[in-house]
Design a protein around this ligand. Structure first.
Ligand code: PRP
Ligand code: URA
Length: 209
């Protein structure tokens, strides 16, 4: 309950620092998010169950482990969550993808849904929700609420940066959903931005404003 894993791998920390820098280009920001996505995928899948299967090497039969159970689902929260997807699929190519379209109303900071598409049997799979920013957590809470409505019960959240307020609110709503993040920053400002943070992740990824 209320598990938070801070991924302190030096490559993740190095790349995160490059992403925070205001002078980082759109192209550089996107590439780094993709690379960190791959490294976070490694961490969040560390404990996936394995089953021994009979195989034949060129020399002899043997029992060897393969991932057990149904393929997992990556569930990016649009838009910025898409930045993790390619890197994660490079590592887990057979994963399914559910898209959760949410935007944060700039005045109320409430999450507004505009799209949802998931595999029909999503409830039977491990679902890993992806969003670089856990700020107020309104978006992440809404995404998990939506997945639970569809019957999902095996859920994880991967982000890049989390605010302490966001972690508190997220685990207030969904205490059993573990979080993986590369860093926990200081606080939220009056506009709901993470400080020191990296700015607006979606805008920096896509060159919008
Ligand atoms: C950003 C970010 C998260 C959300 C985090 O999305 O990508 O989804 O804000 O904030 P919260 O924890 O306070 O909900 P935004 O609404 O700006 O949409 P975008 O990804 O399309 O830019
Ligand atoms: N969404 C972002 O993209 N950045 C923040 O700091 C907060 C929410």
């Amino acid at each position: 309950m209320r598990e938070v894993h801070v991924v302190r791998h030096p490559l993740v920390q190095h790349k995160l620092t490059l992403m925070r820098q205001v002078e980082r280009s759109t192209q550089g920001f996107r590439r780094l998010l993709n690379e960190i996505g791959m490294l976070l995928a490694y961490e969040v899948t560390r404990d996936l169950p394995l089953e021994n299967v009979e195989i034949e090497t060129p020399l002899t039969p043997m029992k060897s482990p393969l991932l057990a159970g149904k393929k997992l689902v990556f569930a990016p929260i649009l838009r910025a969550g898409m930045g993790f997807v390619d890197g994660m699929l490079d590592l887990v190519p057979s994963a399914r993808v559910a898209h959760i379209g949410l935007y944060r109303d700039p005045k109320t900071l409430q999450a507004v849904e505009y799209y949802f598409k998931a595999p029909p049997d999503v409830a039977e799979r491990l679902v890993i929700v992806l969003d670089p920013m856990l700020a107020t957590a309104n978006s992440a809470v809404a995404a998990i609420d939506r997945l639970k409505e569809r019957g999902c019960h095996d859920l994880r959240l991967v982000c890049l940066l989390a605010a302490p307020e966001g972690i508190e609110r997220f685990h207030g709503a969904h205490p059993e959903v573990p979080i993986w993040t590369a860093a926990i920053d200081s606080h939220l400002n009056e506009h709901g931005y993470i400080v020191p943070g990296l700015g607006d992740a979606g805008d920096r990824m896509f060159g919008t404003r």
